[in-house]
Ligand binder design. Structure first.
Ligand SMILES: Cc1ncc(COP(=O)(O)O)c(C=O)c1O
Length: 490
């Protein structure tokens, strides 16, 4: 298996010969080496083409390389944003040394590295283009048009909920759900500690007070026992988040909600296609929300959906979504509303994506099975959960790096990046981040979310990932693991 080399494998001293440069290039397999002075500062670049030309011109292999080095080359500060680096790479500039403030190469970019295995990329090769083209040709590009209605109707049906509203993203979907349900000032909403911050931000934006609960160690989602402990007379709602595609313990959570007369808003952003006891996530609570951000199971670029059970609340949400404007009387506003609408073009993409949802979920489940098999042969990796009652949507395949693996999660992430494999840490626990520490209750502990967050890593999980790429991800983890073991033994 070929891995991208480290910068050290591309460096050569300016005092050496063309022959030495050739052997460096031969070993690093990049077709290039970076020439440095005694202080390590980059002074030139030498490609295999340069060497070929030098030999044709009559230089010998033992000639000093300094005479043939390219003094004009493209180099960038190592702090340059990835998009800018990628914009500079082309057919002639295939390698760019990345320099520290002293001009010392500390990393490099290459066209090959630019094709790193991404954590997530969308698959848009179905009817997306045809449907969007139709919007453009007919002029229905804004938030009115047939695709918005179609997307909502099909989505509601798919999730077994009576009312669906397409909105501009998954965050405003949650906010709209809370406001439409009447959750606001003086109310408490229980939210899991381990989630993407949009779950808690929207509670705060609604004017309510978030109450953070630890998650359960098996499903990584809201722990019903913790929720029960946190209920007060002010509790108005609970927000189960189906994290990384695994459904929450809905029977227990719904029973608590019923007992205390609470709303349930399911944040299902990461779990479209997942099932709890055979029933779609998002079909249990009073409202459920979804995200169609570019990395989600289906995408509309940016976009979201909110589902409601109650027609009156759904109706209120329709008005709130459109500036609070009366549905019959234009420019007459009955409430202080928002503009949370989705465009017809986004919905057109959504309809095309929804046509392939089953295919995408199957692909996610296949890739999870491949990772499970490959990783279970490595030391001390906790595989992602799938309870017997659950059908995990495996939005983002996430596993836990145990102590026996031999290195910390963050070190692994860094090393895998060098191998051209992009990964992500699990979310940070909400309670650790500055805007939310004030919501920690006296004596409250979050042992499970803290432990999971420190050990968790998400691997490339695109539906477009190939078997070879997955083997490369697993192989990279194996090499890193085995090398570390060797170090320990030596
Ligand atoms: C659990 C969760 N809730 C909410 C969101 C917010 O969705 P969006 O990015 O579409 O606003 C996301 C993802 O981005 C998420 O993962």
């Amino acid at each position: 298996m070929s891995h991208s080399p480290s910068i050290a494998e591309l460096l050569i001293r300016d005092t050496l010969t063309i022959r030495d440069a050739l052997s460096v290039i031969d070993r690093n397999a990049q077709g290039v080496c970076f020439v440095v002075d005694p202080k390590g500062v980059l002074i030139g670049v030498l490609t295999d083409g340069d060497i070929r030309r030098a030999l044709i011109a009559g230089r010998t292999l033992d000639h000093p390389l300094i005479d043939v080095v390219q003094r004009k080359f493209t180099a960038l500060p190592v702090t340059t944003p990835v998009e800018h680096i990628q914009a500079k790479l082309n057919d002639t500039v295939r390698h760019i040394p990345l320099l520290d403030e002293q001009g010392v190469p500390v990393d490099f970019a290459s066209t090959r590295r630019a094709h790193r295995i991404q954590v997530m990329s969308p698959q848009l090769d179905g009817n997306e283009l045809a449907y969007v083209t139709e919007c453009l040709k007919t002029g229905w590009i804004s938030s009115q048009g047939a695709y918005v209605k179609k997307f909502e109707t099909q989505f509601a049906e798919r999730c077994a909920m009576p009312h669906a509203l397409a909105v501009s993203n998954g965050t405003v979907a949650i906010h709209l759900a809370l406001v439409a349900l009447g959750v606001g000032e003086g109310d408490e909403v229980i939210v899991p500690d381990l989630t993407f911050a949009a779950s808690i931000n929207t509670i705060i934006h609604a004017g309510a007070t978030p109450v953070i609960a630890d998650v359960d160690p098996i499903t990584w989602t809201l722990d019903p026992a913790e929720v029960e402990k946190l209920i007060t007379p002010r509790t108005k709602a609970i927000m189960p988040v189906h994290l990384y595609g695994h459904p929450c313990r809905m029977d227990e959570l719904m029973a608590i909600a019923k007992k205390h007369n609470l709303f349930v808003v399911e944040d299902s952003a990461e779990a479209l296609g997942a099932l709890y006891k055979g029933r779609p996530v998002g079909s249990f609570g009073d409202a459920a929300t979804f995200s169609f951000f570019g990395n989600k199971t289906i995408t509309t670029g940016e976009g979201g959906m909110v589902l409601f059970r109650d027609p009156v609340i759904a109706d209120r949400a329709i008005v709130l979504r459109d500036h609070g404007m009366d549905k019959q009387k234009r420019y007459w506003h009955q409430m202080v509303g928002y503009n949370y609408r989705m465009t017809n073009m986004q919905a057109a993409i959504g309809v095309a994506q929804l046509e392939r949802l089953d295919e995408f979920v199957q692909a996610k489940r296949r890739l999870a099975a491949i990772y499970n098999e490959g990783l279970s042969q490595l030391g001390d990796i906790g595989l992602p959960p799938e309870e017997t009652w659950a059908f995990n949507g495996f939005w983002l395949y996430s596993c836990l790096i145990g102590e026996g693996f031999g290195m910390k999660r963050d070190e692994l992430i860094e090393k895998m990046m060098k191998n051209g494999v992009e990964t992500r840490p699990l979310f940070y626990p909400l309670h650790e981040m500055p805007p939310y520490t004030k919501y920690i209750l006296p004596g409250q502990r979050f042992e499970v979310s803290t432990r999971l967050s420190q050990a968790g890593i998400s691997l490339p999980s695109s539906v477009t990932i190939t078997r070879e790429e997955q083997d490369s991800v697993i192989g990279s983890m194996r090499t890193i693991h085995d090398t570390r073991k060797l170090h320990v033994i030596v």
